[in-house]
Design a protein around this ligand. Structure first.
Ligand SMILES: CC(C)(COP(=O)(O)OP(=O)(O)OC[C@H]1O[C@@H](n2cnc3c(N)ncnc32)[C@H](O)[C@@H]1OP(=O)(O)O)[C@@H](O)C(=O)NCCC(=O)NCCS
Length: 177
């Protein structure tokens, strides 16, 4: 991909872009958010940005049942457009170890099928390496072909399926060493 893309932590200068991203997912994708640190719950984008900061350390987590995590936005440098969001969990709790995995993500509806999902996951895997992770677990719904292919294209190896409320997920591991 020749475009310059980067992962950027949410910050105030992107407030209007974040708001537009959020609204597009609500309008076009029935509000089906993934990997956005509960952006759906926040009409106040500044408050969401503050929450993302608190989520980065186990010492400041707003809820003890959550795990510390980094939220990143995939930004196209040419026009500062937010193309997607991805959440990197620093560790796994019981639920994440079985179902949720280390990483959750989404590409905004108007930018899908252009290679951004793969590019975003690849950039996030670089972040995982920098954090010293040896491997990451990523899951997808068994009928989510787009997510499965994104995971496979970044080196995902199928481990097993798991039954969850209302469906089946597939678990994949990506080795980082
Ligand atoms: C899954 C998702 C992130 C993929 O993003 P994307 O930018 O469209 O993906 P890419 O363009 O990089 O495509 C990656 C691969 O998936 C394939 N793909 C993407 N969408 C697809 C679809 N709807 N059906 C079939 N294949 C699809 C592409 O052809 C490509 O395959 P290839 O590697 O064999 O060429 C995006 O569809 C999305 O945000 N979905 C809603 C949220 C979601 O499901 N998140 C994941 C939760 S587990």
């Amino acid at each position: 991909m020749s475009e310059k893309l980067s992962l950027v932590k949410p910050r105030e200068e992107f407030i209007e872009e974040i708001r537009a991203f959020r609204q597009e997912v609500i309008d076009v994708d029935d509000g089906l958010f993934h990997g956005v640190s509960a952006l759906d719950d926040f009409e106040d984008i500044s408050a969401w940005i503050r929450q993302c900061r608190l989520m980065e350390s186990s010492e400041t987590l707003p809820n003890p049942d959550w795990v510390d995590a980094d939220e990143f936005m995939l930004v196209r440098e040419a026009d500062s457009r937010i193309l997607g969001m991805i959440n990197l969990r620093h560790r796994l709790n019981e639920y994440l170890a079985e179902i949720g995995g280390h990483i959750g993500y989404m590409v905004r509806p108007s930018e899908r099928r252009k290679g951004y999902g793969k590019a975003m996951l690849a950039l996030c895997l670089d972040e995982c390496r920098e954090r010293g992770l040896d491997r990451v677990m990523i899951s997808c719904d068994a009928d989510n072909e787009g997510s499965r292919r994104t995971i496979l294209s970044c080196g995902g190896v199928f481990e097993r399926s798991a039954v969850v409320d209302g469906g089946v997920i597939e678990r994949y591991w990506i080795s980082l060493r």
